[in-house]
Design a protein around this ligand. Structure first.
Ligand code: SF4
Length: 184
């Protein structure tokens, strides 16, 4: 496994606020988008396939941030390899451009139905990104984190707390209460 590019503490502070979110049209679920502390590196811009795809769209490569909190994907490092899609047992990810062919920066504040394609080689082109549209379904199997060739995915179940704190829905549990986030 390559080193992870997303730092462990990218969202774990009361001082850090998300820059926006992408919503699911089910009206219930969404994932946050966070500032990328390593945005100056824009690792995807080193990839010739990514550069060519952006040029074909007439778009510039600009900082896109970290999409997701428990399933965090560094869109500035994602090169649309699709390895995450090949291993995810619950189709957490979709190729966002196969649902809405818009610049990646415009996903901030946008709503998706989750009808995008989910197979490894179904990307629209190499400007596409792996979008954790079903972050809420993740089973924390860790397979995507381990296989991503860019180290662009960080899986951290404990970050659910920071997802909820940003949403204003976090409830601190008493030591004797049942964990509401536990899976059956
Ligand atoms: S950790 Fe497993 S279930 Fe969760 S997004 Fe990655 S591959 Fe899918």
């Amino acid at each position: 496994m390559v080193d992870l590019v997303i730092p462990e503490d990218f969202c774990t502070s009361d001082e850090i606020k998300p820059i926006g979110k992408t919503s699911h049209s089910d009206g219930e679920n969404f994932h946050w988008i966070w500032t990328n502390p390593n945005a100056d590196k824009l690792l995807a811009s080193d990839n010739d396939d990514v550069k060519a795809a952006y040029e074909a769209h007439g778009e510039e490569i600009t900082p896109l941030g970290i999409h997701g909190t428990t399933v965090a994907v560094d869109w500035d490092s994602c090169v649309a390899a699709g390895s995450c899609m090949s291993v995810c047992p619950v189709q957490t990810f979709q190729w966002y451009r196969t649902e809405k062919d818009i610049p990646a920066k415009d996903c901030l504040g946008e709503t998706f139905d989750g009808t995008g394609l989910t197979e490894q080689d179904e990307r629209l082109d190499y400007s596409d990104k792996s979008q954790p549209i079903r972050e809420h379904d993740c089973t924390i199997c860790m397979a995507c984190q381990e296989i991503c060739p860019q180290g662009a995915i960080r899986i951290e179940a404990a970050n659910q707390e920071w997802h909820e704190k940003a949403a204003g829905t976090f409830v601190k549990m008493a030591s004797t209460s049942v964990n509401p986030h536990a899976h059956d």
